[in-house]
Design a protein around this ligand. Structure first.
Ligand code: ATP
Length: 503
């Protein structure tokens, strides 16, 4: 698993997808830059989301709110008071950790023990092994499970009650050591706010404290009435937005899974109070269908329904994806009631209500939210697509099986040799197709090597111009995934490619 993840990270760099930020200065932790292919993949994911959410729904419109917002926004939203992680320092190593993550990692180790027991038993019993029965009845496994559950329950309870002293006691009772140095000399646990602060204004006296937004959602809430009135929107309706968000994450070690600067794609759907249950189910269903439409394998997704709810929610579920390091949250679907609009009414003194012409009454709408991290989706797509294949002749190839609609370059046009007028003809095809999708011209190296390069970069089609092309105006169209080649007339190329890559 670790090996696979390392491969993804180095492949992302080698093929111009993701670079460490300011790398010539040794990088900046948990900040990344997207390269020439990465920027295209990211744009295609964003477009694929926008089309599904905005273009396909006449009652959902988009906005692009500023990253800076009036500071009271973040008091109203609860972020100033409650958007924090519990931190603990090791007194000897001076290293800082998230206290909850230390405990969760400890429990994850117990889960690894269970997996080991399962493997051992499976080996011993062979075909007769029944995993479910083993998990449900084996005393050793049950003991582990009970211990893990009890720890997580206590952690959740202490955090809920803001009992940070107990979180420290728990860490000490479990004998959790600094993962890097082994020291068990811990400080008290403290809450640490995740928002980045900055200042607006030139003179120190008149400067105003601002935050970089930690989520895009609040830009939608504060514009609720602007959009509703100017767009003459009728409830139910939605407002969608994509854009940067910033969090001073402490545990930031999983490549672009958890970044300090990242992009979100959020949609707030405004509904009549009392209808939240049906809309919650509706959006859970719609969002999982969106994911499955990319064909990345149903078995790689699962729902995780939250039992412990954030202060703003009355129901919440995550769509989890199987990343190289296990199932982890990719998207959240939250039923937020009138918490946000209500708080903004309270703090701004302005009514944020909707007049329902059919009911002839006024109310503060409830909100159903879908929130997905664009970079996290990028990682899901990239890590799921990267494969090492053994071919029939025993050789191997690296192939990036990106969904064709998301691939940065849709087709590479390759003259078989650099003479006899083949490059000129290939250039003409490039000039013809570039109006409809991204294409690339490549004449360097033997054609077999060029195919491999395009496979690894994720290009779904290669178009090869050879001597026969000069005679009958046909080319070979090679498919990345099957490596099959077909001979087709030049004037059928556009439709053959568009059929697969058009969103
Ligand atoms: P996590 O539990 O992983 O920290 P969260 O529950 O805090 O995530 P939300 O606040 O619900 O996340 O944000 C919605 C989505 O934004 C997440 O599902 C995730 O895809 C993305 N996201 C959140 N934090 C980050 C981050 N630091 N880097 C990249 N993506 C992020």
């Amino acid at each position: 698993q670790d090996e696979q993840f390392k491969k993804v990270i180095s492949h992302a760099k080698e093929y111009g997808y993701v670079f460490p930020s300011s790398e010539i200065y040794d990088g900046l932790s948990a900040v990344y830059d997207y390269g020439q292919n990465g920027v295209e993949l990211k744009k295609n994911i964003r477009d694929y989301w926008w089309k599904a959410m905005v273009q396909m729904h006449e009652n959902i419109v988009g906005i692009d709110a500023a990253i800076f917002m009036h500071p009271t926004t973040w008091k109203a939203s609860g972020h100033v008071d409650a958007f924090s992680d519990p931190l603990i320092d090791n007194k000897d190593s001076k290293k800082r950790y998230r206290a909850d993550v230390l405990v969760e990692d400890y429990v994850a180790k117990i889960e690894t023990k269970i997996e080991k027991e399962v493997k051992k038993a499976a080996k011993r019993f062979g075909d007769a092994f029944d995993k479910d029965q083993f998990l449900a009845t084996n005393p050793r496994v049950l003991g582990y499970k009970e211990k893990g559950d009890a720890i997580l329950k206590r952690l959740a309870k202490s955090l809920d009650n803001e009992d940070l002293a107990d979180v420290k006691t728990l860490i000490e009772e479990l004998g959790i050591a600094d993962p890097e140095t082994g020291s068990k000399n811990w400080t008290d646990v403290k809450q640490f706010n995740l928002m980045f602060g900055t200042k607006l204004g030139a003179s120190a006296e008149h400067a105003m404290d601002l935050y970089l937004r930690p989520e895009t959602a609040q830009g939608i809430f504060v514009n609720f009435l602007n959009v509703q009135k100017t767009g003459r929107m009728k409830i139910p309706f939605g407002i969608a937005q994509t854009g940067k968000a910033f969090r001073n994450e402490i545990v930031a070690r999983q490549f672009i899974f958890r970044m300090r600067e990242f992009e979100q794609m959020e949609m707030q759907f405004f509904i009549k109070p009392g209808t939240q249950k049906e809309w919650y189910e509706h959006w859970k269903d719609a969002r999982i269908k969106w994911h499955l439409s990319l064909g990345m394998g149903e078995e790689n997704y699962r729902f995780h329904d939250h039992e412990k709810l954030a202060h703003y929610a009355d129901a919440a579920a995550d769509i989890e994806f199987r990343f190289p390091f296990g199932f982890k949250e990719l998207e959240g679907i939250h039923s937020r009631t009138d918490f946000d609009l209500g708080k903004h009414e309270e703090f701004s003194g302005k009514k944020l209500q909707y007049f329902d012409p059919e009911l002839n009454e006024r109310y503060t709408p409830y909100v159903l939210e879908t929130s997905i991290g664009l970079d996290r989706m990028f990682l899901a797509v990239l890590s799921n697509s990267l494969q090492e294949e053994t071919l029939e002749d025993g050789s191997s190839r690296t192939v990036l099986r990106l969904p064709a609609v998301l691939a940065p370059t849709k087709a590479a046009i390759l003259p078989l040799v650099k003479k006899d007028g083949l490059p000129e003809l290939a250039r003409k095809i490039v000039d013809d197709l570039k109006w409809d999708f991204n294409v690339q011209y490549d004449e360097k190296d033997a054609v077999g090597r060029r195919y491999r390069r395009q496979d690894a970069a994720g290009t779904p089609f290669c178009i090869t111009v050879d001597h026969q092309t000069l005679e009958d105006n046909t080319v070979t169209l090679r498919h990345r995934d099957t490596m099959e080649q077909e001979r087709i007339p030049i004037n059928e190329l556009r439709n053959a490619v568009l059929k697969e890559v058009d969103m």
